[in-house]
Each structure stands twice: as structure tokens, then as C-alpha cells.
Design a protein around this ligand. Structure first.
Ligand SMILES: [Zn+2]
Length: 188
């Protein structure tokens, strides 16, 4: 299964090597460009199928993801589960559900995201669900590249586990070597 997933990422050219500034503020020699995958509905459907299959017996009421990749993943996973798909947007240092999205108290929520590194986007989305009184049943991600296994107080499923080295800016050997830092997604 992991081999097939890795093949999808390679085929799509989603695994980049260099010196990257991650959304978390950390630096890494590897960057997973999720939109190389998400631009292909076929790849997205196949990866979301793994997540949907894993949680299909959990009576999920709604699938929620953090912007931006989480919008597409929540939509497709919800489509396969026959539920709603919603997304949580940045507001200050937190995330909130806008757009008149609703989660009724006690509703069973599956959270989805693309690349898990530090888990901050997931934690913000979990908090947004908690705020509305929803129950987080599980978390599904495309790639878990966290160095250590993270604990979210809910079962985590990843299509692919690929721990990757990250550095704080102060300790980054790529910075020390004078290699230009690239911010993925920024206009070039
Ligand atoms: Zn660096």
C-alpha cells in the first residue's frame, strides 16, 4: 500500500529536494508539494479512498480540514463517505469554521489534512471542532512526515509514513552552508 502511495507522489513530482521554509517556520532539505497531487482528481480520489476506507465504519457525520489542501481533501473524502466536507480557516493564531458551516454538539468529525509535519494545523482544526462541541473520531493525512509520533488524542491514519529531517533556523546546516532558502508556494 505504501509503495503505491509513494509511487503516486513520485509520479506527480511532489517530492522536492533543496532548502525549504516550511509553514511551521522550520527548515527542511525536503518539501512535499501537495498541490502536485491535488491538481490530479484521480490521485486525490485514490488517496482519499484509503482514508475513507479506514474510517468508513466510524459513522462519520462530517469531514473537516484546514485550508488550503484540506478543502480539497475534506470535499473528496466526504464525497466518498456520503457526508459533508467543511474547512477551518486561519484567524489570528487559531482556526475557525466560517461560511455558515455547522457542527452540532456530539457530531462525529473526521479531520483530514495533506502533509503532517508539526501538527499545528491539525491541532488548530481539532480546537475549532471542540469549540463547536463536535467529537473528533479520527485524523487522516496523506503523508505523516513528523520526526516523532505525535499524539492528537484521536486515532491517526496516514497513507504514507515518511519521517523527514527538519531544522530550526538557528541550527540549520543548509543555512550555514549559504544555500538560498526557498519558501514553497511563494511567487518566483
Ligand atoms: Zn535553513
Amino acid at each position: 500500500m505504501s509503495d503505491e502511495v509513494l509511487e503516486i507522489f513520485k509520479t506527480a513530482g511532489a517530492i522536492k529536494e533543496g532548502h525549504f521554509l516550511l509553514a511551521s517556520g522550520l527548515h527542511s532539505p525536503v518539501y512535499w508539494e501537495k498541490f502536485r497531487i491535488l491538481q490530479y482528481p484521480d490521485f486525490t480520489e485514490r488517496l482519499c479512498r484509503l482514508i475513507a476506507q479506514h474510517f468508513k465504519r466510524q459513522k462519520i457525520d462530517v469531514v473537516a480540514g484546514p485550508t488550503t489542501g484540506g478543502i480539497i481533501l475534506a470535499f473528496e473524502t466526504a464525497r466518498q463517505l456520503g457526508t459533508r466536507g467543511i474547512f477551518a480557516e486561519k484567524e489570528g493564531g487559531a482556526r475557525v469554521f466560517r461560511r455558515d458551516f455547522e457542527i452540532a454538539p456530539g457530531q462525529r468529525v473526521l479531520i483530514v489534512d495533506d502533509i503532517l509535519t508539526t501538527g499545528s494545523s491539525l491541532r488548530e482544526t481539532i480546537n475549532a471542532v471542540d469549540t463547536l462541541g463536535g467529537t473528533v473520531i479520527g485524523i487522516g493525512v496523506l503523508v505523516d512526515r513528523s520526526e516523532k509520533n505525535l499524539d492528537f488524542n484521536a486515532p491517526l491514519f496516514s497513507c504514507l509514513r515518511a519521517p523527514t529531517t527538519v531544522y530550526s533556523p538557528q541550527e540549520c546546516p543548509l543555512c550555514a552552508a549559504g544555500i538560498p532558502l526557498v519558501k514553497p508556494g511563494a511567487p518566483s
